[in-house]
Design a protein around this ligand. Structure first.
Ligand code: UGA
Length: 438
C-alpha cells in the first residue's frame, strides 16, 4: 500500500522504516530538513538500536523515501500522523500545535478514499474534532485513531511485532468498515500472526494509550513509594519487588525502584491526562496522578541527598562522576531525564560534575551546556569522590568494582537504578547506597 508518515521523530521514523520493511511503499514527511537529510541517506537522526540497519535495508529496497514537501504524500492511500504532542509551555496540557499543523497541511493533498490515521498521543476528544474538520475540508477522506505503544530502545521490534493493535474507528458503519479494511491491510502481517486487534470508537482508542501510560507511571511510582517506606524502616525494596512480583496479578516488570521515570512520554502524558480530566470535570478521577508525579520527582532529590550525605554534608568542589544522562538505556533521549536532572542539581550544589553517557552526551549538551561532559566512564571515574549511576546502561551495570576502585579517590557508589550487585561492590571496599535499600 502507498502510505505516508507525517512526522519523522522517535515514533514516525521507526514507523516509516518498519512499514517499508513489511512491504509498503512509504514516504516519510517532516518539516525538519536536517532530519530528512539524514534519513534520506539511510541514517537515523537519533539513537535507536536496529534502526540504521532497518533504514538502510528499506531505502535500498526503493520502498522508503523522505521529503519535506507534503505534496509528496498526495498519492498515498493512508497517512499516519506521528508528530509530537509535548507538554504545552506554562501548563500541564498537551500542545496540539504540531498535530493541527500536520492535519492542516495534509488536507489539501488528501485524495478521495484516503484515510488519515492518528498515532500521536492526544487528549481524548481530539480525534472527534479532527474528524469533523476532515469531513468538512476533505469530505472524501476519513480518520482512524491507532495509538502506538512502542518503547524507545525496542522501537523496531515493538513496531514490527506489536503486542496489540487498537483501531479507533468512525461512528458511521460504512466509513468504519472501510477504515478497518485499510488498517487490516496495512497491518496484514501482524494480523495474520494473530496479534490481538481491539476495535473501538475514537475516544476509547485515545484513552487506551493515555490509560496505559498512566498505569505504567503509577506502577513505577508505587514501587518508589515503597522505596520511601523501606528507607524509613530498613527494608529492601528490591527484595520486596521480587516477592510481590511473583504474584502473577502484580508481575515483576516495571517494578524497578530508583530515580524514577522520565522521557518524552510518561511524564507529559500523565500531566496531559490530568489537565484533560479537569477540563471534563473529572479531575478527581485521576487526582492520584499528581501524587504519582510528585513521588516520581521526589526520588531525584533523594538521590542528590544521598550523594550529599555520603560526602559528609556537602558536595561543594567534590568530584562526582555521573554515569548516564539518557532517560533510560539504549536511547539518546534526554527529554525529562531524571539522570540529566540529577547532574544539574549536583552542579547547582557546587560539585565538580563529570557526566557521561554512551549516546546522550550531544543531546544533553544542547539542553545543559553548563555541565562538563566526558566521553567515557573512565574520564569521569578517575579521582572521583562519588560515583552516581543514573541510567542503567549495560556497560555501567557490568563495571568491575575492583578495577574501578583503583581509579577513584573515594570509593562511594550511589546506585540510582538499583542495578549493581551491592554485595560485590561492598566486598570490593565500596560504600554502596541504593534507593530504598538498606
Ligand atoms: C513508554 C511506554 O512504556 C510505551 O509503551 C509507550 O509507547 C511510550 O512510553 C510512548 O508513549 O510513546 P518509553 O518512554 O520508551 O515508553 O520508556 P519506558 O520503558 O516506559 O520507561 C519510562 C521511564 O520509566 C524510564 O525513565 C525508565 O527508566 C523508567 N522505569 C521503567 C523505572 O523507573 N522503573 C521501571 O521499573 C521501569
Amino acid at each position: 500500500m502507498r502510505i505516508s508518515v507525517i512526522g519523522c521523530g522517535y515514533l514516525g521514523a521507526v514507523h516509516a522504516a518498519a512499514m517499508a520493511k513489511i512491504g509498503h511503499d512509504v514516504v516519510g514527511i517532516d518539516v525538519d530538513r536536517a532530519k530528512i537529510g539524514a534519513l534520506s541517506e539511510g541514517r537515523a537522526p537519533f539513537y535507536e538500536p536496529g534502526l540504521d540497519e532497518l533504514l538502510a535495508e528499506a531505502t535500498e529496497s526503493g520502498r522508503l523515501r523522505f521529503s519535506t514537501d507534503m505534496a509528496d504524500a498526495a498519492d498515498a492511500r493512508l497517512h499516519f500522523v506521528a508528530v509530537g504532542t509535548p507538554q504545552a509551555p506554562g501548563g500541564n496540557a498537551a500542545d496540539l500545535t504540531y498535530v493541527d499543523a500536520a492535519v492542516a497541511s495534509l488536507i489539501p493533498v488528501l485524495a478521495e478514499g484516503s484515510l488519515v490515521v492518528g498515532k500521536s498521543t492526544v487528549p481524548v476528544g481530539t480525534a472527534a474534532r479532527l474528524a469533523a474538520w476532515i469531513a468538512d475540508a476533505a469530505p472524501g477522506s476519513a480518520l482512524a485513531w491507532n495509538p502506538e505503544f512502542l518503547r524507545e530502545g525496542f522501537a523496531v521490534e515493538d513496531t514490527i511485532s506489536p503486542d496489540r493493535l487498537v483501531y479507533g474507528l468512525p461512528d458511521d458503519p460504512d466509513a468504519a468498515t472501510e477504515a478497518r479494511g485499510l488498517l487490516d491491510e496495512v497491518y496484514a502481517a501482524a494480523v495474520e500472526r494473530g496479534t490481538p486487534v481491539v476495535v473501538s470508537d475514537y475516544a476509547t482508542a485515545e484513552l487506551v494509550k493515555t490509560a496505559a501510560n498512566a498505569f505504567l507511571a503509577t506502577k513505577i511510582s508505587f514501587i518508589n513509594a515503597m522505596a520511601e517506606i523501606a528507607e524509613a524502616t530498613g527494608a529492601d525494596v528490591t527484595r520486596l519487588a521480587d516477592a510481590i512480583g511473583h504474584d502473577a496479578r502484580i508481575g515483576r516488570r516495571f517494578l524497578n525502584a530508583g530515580v524514577g521515570f522520565g522521557g518524552g512520554c510518561l511524564p507529559k502524558d500523565i500531566r496531559a491526562f490530568t489537565a484533560r480530566a479537569e477540563e471534563l470535570g473529572r479531575g478527581d478521577s485521576v487526582a492520584f496522578l499528581k501524587e504519582v508525579d510528585a513521588i516520581n520527582l521526589r526520588r531525584r532529590q533523594r538521590l542528590v541527598d544521598l550523594v550529599v550525605e555520603e560526602l559528609g554534608g556537602s558536595v561543594y568542589e567534590r568530584n562526582v562522576a555521573v554515569l548516564g544522562l539518557a532517560f533510560k538505556p539504549d536511547s539518546d533521549d534526554v527529554r525529562d531525564s531524571p539522570a540529566l536532572d540529577v547532574a544539574v542539581r549536583l552542579l547547582g550544589l557546587g560539585a565538580n560534575v563529570l557526566a557521561t553517557d554512551p549516546q546522550a552526551v550531544a543531546n544533553a549538551r544542547l539542553r545543559h551546556p553548563q555541565l562538563f561532559y566526558v566521553p567515557s566512564p573512565r574520564n569521569a571515574l578517575v579521582d572521583a569522590d562519588a560515583v552516581v549511576i543514573v541510567t542503567e546502561w549495560r556497560e555501567y551495570r557490568e563495571l568491575d568494582p575492583i578495577a574501578v576502585r583503583e581509579m577513584v579517590r573515594n570509593p562511594v557508589v550511589i546506585d540510582g537504578r538499583n542495578c549493581l550487585d551491592a554485595d560485590a561492590w561492598r566486598a570490593a571496599g565500596w560504600t554502596y547506597r541504593g534507593l530504598g535499600r538498606p
